[in-house]
Design a binder for this molecule. Structure first.
Ligand code: SF4
Length: 114
């Protein structure tokens, strides 16, 4: 399951530098994966929809692995002062799927890592 940021977000930006996958973007910003850049009207490679925000930090489901293989818990949720980083019921994945996602992301976009 990916994590998503709710409209309770206060735009403090604490989460963004904590994400090992650079899956978090400021509201209104384009996001990138594998050398491609995506805007609000572009389809995500996975077909994910409804995650982009012009107003709040947002998490790209194609890049979020719930921090699997990096940390024991989602780092964005751990640092969020208003607890607005929550499991996304629209993008549910098993631990096995998340680990495969890490492998896939490592192949197509190793430069995303921080
Ligand atoms: Fe990034 Fe981890 Fe938060 Fe997903 S759960 S957005 S991988 S910090």
């Amino acid at each position: 399951m990916a994590i998503y940021i709710t409209t309770e977000c206060i735009n403090c930006g604490a989460c963004e530098p904590e994400c090992p996958n650079t899956a978090i973007y400021e509201g209104g910003a384009n996001w990138a994966l594998g050398g491609n850049t995506y805007g609000p009207d572009d389809a995500a490679p996975s077909g994910a929809t409804g995650y982009w925000s012009a107003d709040y930090f947002y998490i790209v489901p194609d890049k979020c692995t719930e921090c699997a293989t990096f940390h024991d818990e989602p780092q964005c949720a751990a640092v969020c002062p208003v607890d607005c980083c929550l499991p996304d019921p629209n993008h549910v994945e098993s631990r096995e799927e998340l680990e495969k996602k890490v492998e896939y992301l490592n192949q197509i976009d190793p430069s995303r890592l921080r």
